[in-house]
Design a protein around this ligand. Sequence first.
Ligand code: AMP
Ligand code: MG
Length: 207
Amino acid sequence: MSNIKLKRGRKPGSGVMRFKPVVSTMADFTYDKSLFTPMPTGKRVDSLFSSEGGLMKGTNYAFVGDPGVGKTTVLSDIEHILKERGVDPNIIVFGSAMLEEALSIGIKDRDNLRKLPVEKQKELQVKTAQKISRNRKGIVFVDTHLFINTNEGYWPGLPQEVLKVLSPTNLVLIQAKPSEIMNRRNEDESRKRDKITKGSILTEQDI
Ligand code: AMP
Ligand code: MG
């Protein structure tokens, strides 16, 4: 028989620390007040930036809308306006970043991305979001889509896994009249867009 005695429980005197509540008020904290002060540009885009009417520091926007709605154009206007005010935004086109990821599997055209099997798109989508979040700095605008029209149906552009990584502070949805979208898509020779009708655009807008 062993003569080692095992004692269970706490040593005498090692009582549980009593919880002492501490009351703090906002005056006890120091924080950068400019984080909560909007920077108005004086242009119509101010209402897109925040409900306070201007760009907020530390914001990270996801700009979404139908293909051909004019997101890229709106974003290049915003870039120009902000640069005039001394702010250099970081504008990232999700589709371009995703195409870079897909080059290794032989995809050379951005309009072929959504024709890949959805499983592959999911993988590329998450990798792209991770790459974007690693490289971003300052005020970020991501040009992307809420839905991707794949061969297997509509797939979300910002599923939970992607949202978690990108964690946008603001979501801006750009809309336009179906006739404007149709003209833009039909005039864009650089893209292999699907044939569209006003009806198909209305369906996409409904989604
Ligand atoms: P775009 O130049 O904005 O029309 O994007 C080109 C292509 O990139 C789209 O047709 C999609 O296949 C892909 N893409 C863009 N954003 C996303 C996203 N958030 N998730 C998955 N695919 C995307
Ligand atoms: Mg675009």
